[in-house]
Design a binder for this molecule. Structure first.
Ligand SMILES: NC(=O)C1=CN([C@@H]2O[C@H](COP(=O)(O)OP(=O)(O)OC[C@H]3O[C@@H](n4cnc5c(N)ncnc54)[C@H](O)[C@@H]3O)[C@@H](O)[C@H]2O)C=CC1
Ligand SMILES: O=C(CO)[C@H](O)[C@H](O)COP(=O)(O)O
Length: 299
């Protein structure tokens, strides 16, 4: 099978490598010529524009987008417009908002598959977990590529109609936020608590048979090993947040309570306050107001 891949960053290069390793042909394009050169070194046919990529693909075109979610997906689809027909298949493997994917599926001339991708750059060796939404025939047609990019045939599944793949991935990320928060709180208590603990050892022993063992916990172990038990100079500012925000918004729309995911998202936003949390500073001053408690002041 021949696959065009647009977007050759951390994730797109893995799609390219794994597809090539499985014996398929890849045509690759990115706005960054260096990324295209890396894909070409791996064995892909380089393209210098979206038009060029399309010209190099055969009659039934299969195209995987791995560009940042949002405007870049719309811009790429605009460039593809006029080059696609109903026998072609476009896969969006990024973290797009599911309602954008429904809209894009309706307006795209090709069959459109929204594909939630989990596993991160670690998926280079293991393969990814892929959650796919869209027409069944298109999913079946792309299955050889999904087999290659995923951990194998069990690493991908069609979730349902357009939007469902990105919907499931959105919720996956909400769960990811909450799990990170839970591990964070536990390790914070161990760090601040009664014993002088080596947190790498704690994570390691938990990863060997404990109820809460997981890949995220293995990543905690790696973090303590590489940064030290107090996490060295790692800042307390957490970036990202879009997929967690969408999950919480959807919980509100469906009237499904998501207190853990909401709290994890709130912690993330709170971590970005430049000057300390305003609400904490006000609470500090209010305790003086009602109780004449001392007000700790900033240096
Ligand atoms: N990094 C991760 O752990 C994961 C990322 N994702 C999603 O996968 C998508 C890609 O993520 P990464 O590879 O991490 O991002 P990245 O920033 O490493 O790579 C994005 C690539 O797309 C290229 N690009 C941007 N606009 C383009 C355009 N209009 N045409 C062609 N190329 C364009 C950039 O030059 C860059 O090489 C995002 O939607 C992200 O949310 C999904 C799962 C995990
Ligand atoms: O999808 C992912 C992992 O599953 C990406 O790493 C994503 O960027 C994580 O979300 P955020 O950037 O909001 O932390």
């Amino acid at each position: 099978m021949q696959l065009g891949v647009i977007g050759l960053g951390r994730m797109g290069q893995i799609v390219v490598d794994r597809t090539l390793e499985a014996g398929h042909d890849v045509v690759a394009f990115d706005l960054e010529p260096e990324a295209v050169a890396t894909a070409a070194d791996a064995g892909a046919e380089p393209a210098d524009s979206v038009d060029d990529l399309v010209d190099r693909l055969g009659d039934d075109k299969h195209i995987w987008l791995m560009v940042p979610a949002g405007a870049a997906v719309d811009a790429t689809l605009e460039e593809l417009e006029g080059h696609l027909d109903e026998d072609d298949v476009v896969v969006d493997g990024g973290n797009s908002y599911f309602e954008d994917s429904v809209r894009r599926a309706e307006s795209c001339a090709a069959a459109y598959l929204d594909c939630g991708t989990s596993g991160g750059p670690a998926g280079a060796h293991l393969g990814f977990s892929l959650m796919v939404g869209g027409p069944e025939w298109a999913y079946d047609e792309l299955s050889p590529v999904f087999d290659a990019v995923a951990t194998g045939p069990d690493g991908h599944e069609r979730m349902g109609p357009a939007g469902s793949g990105h919907y499931v991935k959105m919720v996956h990320n909400g769960v990811e936020y909450a799990l990170m928060q839970a591990y964070g709180e536990g390790f914070e208590l161990l760090h601040e608590g009664r014993y002088d603990l080596d947190l790498e050892s704690v994570a390691s022993v938990w990863n060997n048979g404990a109820v809460i063992r997981s890949w995220l916990l293995e990543l905690c172990e790696e973090a303590f090993r590489e940064e030290g038990t107090d996490l060295g100079d790692v800042a307390d500012r957490i970036e990202g947040g879009s997929t967690g925000t969408w999950t919480v918004q959807e919980g509100l729309k469906q009237e499904v309570p998501l207190p853990l995911i909401y709290t994890a998202l709130g912690e993330r936003f709170g971590s970005r306050a430049h000057d300390g949390r305003f609400s904490r500073r006000l609470a500090n001053r209010l305790r003086y107001g009602f109780g004449r408690h001392d007000v700790p002041r900033r240096e």
